[in-house]
Design a protein around this ligand. Structure first.
Ligand code: ARG
Length: 465
């Protein structure tokens, strides 16, 4: 039978006579949050003890005992029967205490030339590095889903808006490709951040480094870091990597919320541009006609908690003197929260986009409303009749007014109506008044024309393959 496990205080309480207050224990413990870094903590300990043995700081026998003990700890955690204890504060002390129960005395040698300060910084960097990779991959998955839809809808015409007022016809593919561009920048922010933060704090010890002849290059390489961090104070104090990561999450959430808002609008009965699949819609308990875009609304809403985490993180870190302060323990919960929310948002958005049904005819009809080809008429007057653009704008304004008075679209005005405003107009003008002509004409680089959209779809498919 294992002997009674050490209390948290037994880990550091050499000069303490009384036990901590219950509330002290409650405010101090982080195990409920940081147990998520158990795998990273074990990974860090393995690298550390291998290096300690290679540097003749612990014996090979002790190293092997520690490694075997860590294997068992890992199995218990994976198997769900690890005895997590609040009185042991955090994941670092929980694992070390359990290791001691399993292997006894050699466990005490693992913490040589190490402190929880460099340990937690290492675990947290390992966790964040992986989380950034996963979000980058998910963002890529969303881009692929958008690309598929953009390909399908390269020549589906919809109204383009400014101020949410009909502006000019665009292609739905073009609209979706705008999001591909945004999410590609989000993805590169995740990867840039990952690259910048990929340095090892391990070996900085409490704050000043250590007198033991450790090899920080070795542990850094073992853990897949590019290099050890060059300043031990920075190594244990810096959390800008988490701020940057949550900031990248925030920007991505902001983009997701814009697409989510568009989905809410498009899925309304008034627009009817898209219909979310059953898997991504909810009904109402009282109104049987409803198909609610709950997931899109929640993607929109979760942006709040992600920004909140960023604000809270910045505030927690503001004004902290070097080096470690316990304030920093709050960083993980906020970071996990932001990454978790973004995880759900990216997955939901990908699910909605890849399974929605697009109502092309509703989009086309809406595109033809609101005099969306007025700019095409003005451009035509400049091109064909040599009018200065300002005058063309004026003539077009009068034409729109006439159509408005008659309750019809520009293309529905008779040639006599048109001539009453500009006598030099001929039947040829009708060729620019349709929405298809409008989008086809916009072939400038980056424009909405189907040829340009298809080019961009191929370019992105190539880039992502
Ligand atoms: N649980 C702590 C944290 O998350 C670990 C570091 C504790 N270091 C200390 N000096 N008390 O920040």
């Amino acid at each position: 039978m294992a002997k009674k496990p050490a209390s948290g205080q037994e880990m550091w309480g050499g000069r303490f006579a009384a036990k901590p207050d219950e509330v002290m224990e409650a405010i101090n413990a982080s195990i409920d949050v940081d147990k998520r870094m158990a795998a990273e903590d074990i990974q860090g300990s393995r690298a550390h003890v291998r290096m300690l043995a290679d540097s003749n700081i612990v014996s090979e026998t002790d190293r092997d005992a520690i490694l075997e003990g860590l294997d068992q700890v890992e199995q218990e955690i994976v198997g769900g029967d690890f005895p997590f204890r609040k009185d042991l504060e955090d994941i670092h002390m929980n694992i070390e205490a359990r290791l001691k129960e399993i292997i006894g005395e050699p466990a005490g040698r693992l913490h040589t030339a190490r402190s929880r300060n460099d340990q937690v910084a290492t675990d947290f960097r390992l966790w964040t590095r992986q989380a950034l990779q996963t979000r980058a991959d998910q963002t890529r998955g969303l881009m692929e889903a958008l690309l598929e839809q953009a390909d399908l809808h390269a020549d589906t015409v919809m109204p383009g808006f400014t101020h949410l007022q009909t502006a000019q016809p665009v292609t739905f593919g073009h609209h979706l490709m705008a999001y591909v561009e945004m999410f590609s920048r989000d993805r590169s922010r995740f990867l840039d951040c990952q690259d910048r933060m990929n340095e090892s704090p391990l070996g900085a010890a409490a704050l000043a480094g250590t007198g033991f002849p450790i090899d920080r290059q070795k542990t850094a390489a073992d853990l897949g870091f590019k290099a050890p961090m060059a300043n031990s104070l920075d190594a244990v104090s810096a959390r800008d990597f988490a701020v940057e990561a949550v900031s990248a999450c925030s920007i991505c959430a902001m983009h997701l919320s814009r697409l989510a808002e568009e989905i809410v609008i498009w899925a309304s009965a008034q627009f009817h541009f898209v219909r979310l699949s059953d898997a991504w819609s909810t009904g109402s308990s009282i109104m049987p006609q409803k198909r609610n875009p709950d997931a899109a609304e929640l993607v929109r809403a979760k942006t709040g908690r992600i920004y909140g985490a960023l604000q809270a993180l910045l505030t927690v870190l503001k004004g902290l003197p070097l080096a470690y302060s316990k304030d920093m323990q709050e960083d993980k919960e906020l970071t996990f929260l932001a990454f978790d929310a973004l995880d759900l948002c990216l997955a939901s958005m990908t699910g909605m986009v890849s399974s929605w049904t697009v109502d092309k005819s509703a989009m086309r009809a809406a595109a033809a409303h609101g005099f969306s080809t007025a700019t095409d008429l003005a451009d035509y007057l400049v091109r064909e009749l040599g009018l200065p653009f300002r005058e063309a704008h004026h003539v077009t304004g009068a034409t729109v007014k006439l159509a408005e008075d008659k309750g019809c679209d520009l293309a529905e005005l008779s040639i006599d109506d048109l001539k009453s405003i500009e006598p030099r107009l001929t039947d040829a003008v009708y060729s620019v008044l349709t929405v298809e002509a409008s989008v086809n004409s916009r072939q400038s680089y980056g424009g909405t024309s189907p040829v340009r959209v298809r080019e961009q779809v191929s370019r992105w498919k190539e880039l992502l393959s």
